[in-house]
Design a protein around this ligand. Structure first.
Ligand SMILES: Nc1ncnc2c1ncn2[C@@H]1O[C@H](COP(=O)(O)OS(=O)(=O)O)[C@@H](OP(=O)(O)O)[C@H]1O
Ligand SMILES: Nc1ncnc2c1ncn2[C@@H]1O[C@H](COP(=O)(O)OP(=O)(O)O)[C@@H](O)[C@H]1O
Length: 493
């Protein structure tokens, strides 16, 4: 891959496109050779064959459609610069085919890629390696890949040691990046490096989970990437047909509490007590901020688990109010912010609809596009506050369900999200008409007024519904506080 100082003159006039995070990861893996034998995004025939039968059109096994979706306008060009989210050009796509995905109706481009520069973003970049750099340097003999999105606890470490002993294998750890806490994952795996067999290598690989949640295809894809990195076997949860290298499934292990060691279940005396910590139990301990037992995982791994899932009392949270103008969003949101500040222990930022429109969203109108942009901006700021462990309280109208869902997604990648629908009836909001806007809207002086001449899509995913025509402001704030206490985000008084 070349290290260009800037975009060559000949490419400067080409249109540029920033693929989504999964496509960007695909691009990186295509360029590094980790997706061998693929060298570019798939065309319609290959994609259809892969979806139908797990094979490319020429019969080569390939588990997932690696495709690139673009806006229709971009399908007329012969070449396209693909860039990272900061606008750094990564590759040129020479378009061989523009095609419309029959299921999503989205337009896709296929064709060979010319690399411009290696992607240089993301944590632990210094540990990234191209497959050829690793595969060439591995010792002879079996290599067992552990391509994982989860840390290794004492059980998996024991299982791994058993498998490597049995196979006489070296270990290749491939932490799969693209989840919500990549750094914590890599740190947790680095923390157990001493417990891995001598000579184990660790290479982070960008391979976010794909939207379809198909575990079998995911394992197949991981097997292809692991094979490209030189692995001869992959540790997996289940056997699967069509993997690039054999899957080795560890036998069940449990903690023998009588002698305080992890061992294969088959080797535990029948009268001994077996212990396990299910994912749900582990999550509960983390939520409550209670210590993770040392028999379950090394303390350094436990510390990373707590980074990825902090105790709820310290975890970032967005409380998002939605409702008609005059429904009481600002009043209740302000009351909640004051109550949280009075209780202490939390930093609180109130992103009120009116205030946001004067600053962050100054100049935006009330068209659908501008309302969506306004809500996305609020969501972006709320997600950042949440990421840093604060409480963001938002109180815009947010009339569109899809945009609220987008904000929920952005925030939940960083922490927790609570949606409060202030469902005060329109008649009551209009009766209040604090700012005289409803009267103006009825008189046709304000076009596109929510509830009068513009839609409000009622949420069906609200965590709390408040009707302030039946509640005092204090009662309404109390309901929200009760919810936050019940959910563990706020200490009971
Ligand atoms: N056309 C139209 N429709 C709705 N609301 C209007 C409109 N024009 C001005 N206003 C005033 O702007 C406030 C709503 O702004 P938001 O940013 O919360 O709206 S949105 O979420 O972007 O739809 C809203 O304030 P709140 O009463 O606090 O909700 C109104 O006072
Ligand atoms: N239970 C209640 N909760 C919130 N507001 C109430 C309540 N009862 C009456 N109101 C009044 O309704 C109006 C709501 O306005 P506001 O909070 O600015 O709503 P929004 O932000 O949804 O436009 C305020 O004048 C407030 O005093």
């Amino acid at each position: 891959m070349t290290a260009e100082a800037g975009l060559p003159d000949t490419l400067r006039d080409l249109p540029a496109w920033t693929p989504d995070p999964v496509e960007l990861a695909d691009l990186e893996l295509l360029l590094t050779g980790a997706y061998h034998p693929l060298t570019g995004f798939l065309g319609s025939f290959d994609a259809a064959m892969v979806i139908a039968g797990g094979r490319l059109a020429d019969g080569t096994p390939w588990p997932v459609p690696v495709t690139l979706a673009v806006p229709k306008e971009l399908t007329v060009h012969e070449r396209l610069v693909l860039q990272d989210p900061e606008g750094v050009p990564l590759a040129v796509l020479r378009v061989a085919e523009a095609w419309q995905d029959p299921t999503s109706s989205r337009w896709c481009l296929a064709g060979p890629l010319e690399p411009l520069r290696a992607p240089a973003h993301g944590p632990f970049h210094r540990l990234r390696r191209r497959p050829e750099e690793i595969a060439g340097g591995l010792p002879d003999g079996p290599v067992l890949a552990v391509a994982t999105r989860e840390p290794l606890h004492r059980k998996q470490l024991g299982q791994l040691r058993q498998l490597t002993d049995k196979l006489g294998a070296n270990v290749l750890m491939l932490p799969l990046l693209g989840g919500d806490h990549d750094e914590a994952l890599v740190r947790a795996l680095l923390a157990v490096r001493r417990d891995l067999p001598e000579g184990a290598r660790l290479v982070p690989v960008p391979l976010p989970p794909r939207g379809d949640g198909d575990a079998r295809r995911d394992l197949l894809l991981r097997s292809h990437v692991a094979a490209a990195y030189g692995a001869t076997h992959i540790m997996g949860e289940q056997e699967a047909e069509g993997t690039a290298i054999p899957v080795v499934v560890p036998e069940p292990w449990a903690y023998d509490a009588d002698v305080e060691v992890w061992r294969p279940v088959a080797r535990i005396e029948p009268d001994h007590v077996q212990a396990e910590l299910t994912p749900a139990e582990l999550a509960e301990l983390l939520d409550r901020g209670e210590p993770i037992p040392e028999w379950f995982t090394p303390p350094a791994v436990a510390a990373e688990l707590a980074v990825a899932r902090p105790p709820k009392l310290r975890r970032g949270l967005t409380v998002f109010f939605t409702g008609l103008s005059g429904s009481g969003k600002s009043t209740v949101a302000r009351g909640l912010a004051d109550a949280l500040v009075e209780r202490g222990g939390r930093t609180v930022t109130l992103l009120d609809g009116d205030v946001v429109r004067r600053l962050l969203s100054a100049g935006l109108t009330f068209s659908r596009a501008d309302r969506d942009l306004n809500i996305r901006r609020i969501g972006y700021v709320a997600a950042e506050i949440t990421r840093h462990g604060g409480v963001a309280i938002c109180a815009p109208i947010a009339p569109y369900a899809a945009t609220r869902a987008e904000v929920r997604r952005m925030v939940t990648a960083a922490g927790d999200f609570v949606l409060v629908h202030v469902a005060t009836p329109l008649e009551e909001c209009e009766r209040r008409d604090r700012k005289g806007l409803y009267a103006k809207a009825r008189a046709g002086l304000i076009p596109e007024f929510t509830g009068i001449s513009d839609p409000y899509e009622e949420p069906d995913d609200a965590d709390l519904v408040l009707d302030t025509s039946r509640l005092s402001p204090e009662e309404a704030v109390g309901r929200v506080l009760d919810l936050l206490v019940a959910g563990g985000w706020v200490r009971p008084e």
